[in-house]
Design a protein around this ligand. Structure first.
Ligand SMILES: Cc1cc2nc3c(=O)[nH]c(=O)nc-3n(C[C@H](O)[C@H](O)[C@H](O)COP(=O)(O)O)c2cc1C
Length: 184
């Protein structure tokens, strides 16, 4: 058996904290609990998307990694939007939107659309697209959707989208893990 951990100068033995012990969330989590949860969730590696739509004919977009497939038949996808995001109310039932799955090297585009509010399309080349949502070039896949339903999800709203059309290319994807953009 290992000798008990001892501090210097005869300080009594201390049990070192076990970094791998379950961290139980209290009913009312403190900010440090939420930071630890966010950090643990960052262990889940994801792709990165930019989701676009029109609001009063102006293009809006947001960087999102909560995107996931839901159903093939009918074809459904989901993502969640923070209720504090300026674009949260744009995605009403029936609204057209485009999920751009970003390609390796598009981390600058991801950061551009991770800014809150303002004109995120200035200086970018984009098109109106054929499916009712702004289209950004160079991504590895596009899912052209319309909002099928919205569900409350705590401090986020879950957007369920019906896929109307999709495009896929051979370019490798951009990844996100533990707060950093990565590539294969
Ligand atoms: C990699 C990455 C993934 C993100 N995923 C989401 C997400 O799934 N949902 C969300 O609401 N915000 C997400 N964000 C944060 C938004 O992009 C950010 O809050 C943005 O400023 C919101 O824009 P808006 O306030 O103009 O609507 C993500 C940011 C990054 C960098």
């Amino acid at each position: 058996m290992d000798a008990p951990f001892r501090g210097g100068n005869g300080v009594p033995a201390i049990t070192p904290p076990d970094a791998h012990a379950p961290r139980v969330l209290p009913a009312v989590p403190a900010p440090e609990d939420l930071r630890a949860l966010r950090s643990a969730l960052g262990a889940f590696a994801t792709g990165v998307t930019v989701i676009t739509a029109f609001e009063d004919r102006l293009p809006v977009g947001i960087t999102v990694n909560s995107f996931a497939s839901v159903s093939l038949d009918p074809p459904l996808v989901l993502w969640s939007v923070a209720n504090t995001a300026t674009c949260a109310e744009v995605f009403r039932v029936g609204t057209a939107f485009c999920v751009h799955v970003l390609a390796a090297g598009q981390d600058g585009l991801a950061m551009n659309f991770a800014r809150s509010g303002g004109d995120k399309f200035g200086g970018l080349s984009w098109e109106h697209g054929d499916w009712g949502a702004p289209l950004l070039p160079g991504c590895t896949a596009e899912f052209h959707c319309e909002v099928d339903a919205r569900y409350p999800g705590g401090d986020h709203t879950i957007i369920l989208g019906k896929v109307l059309a999709h495009v896929v290319r051979e370019t490798p994807p951009l990844l996100f893990h533990r707060g950093h953009f990565r590539e294969f």
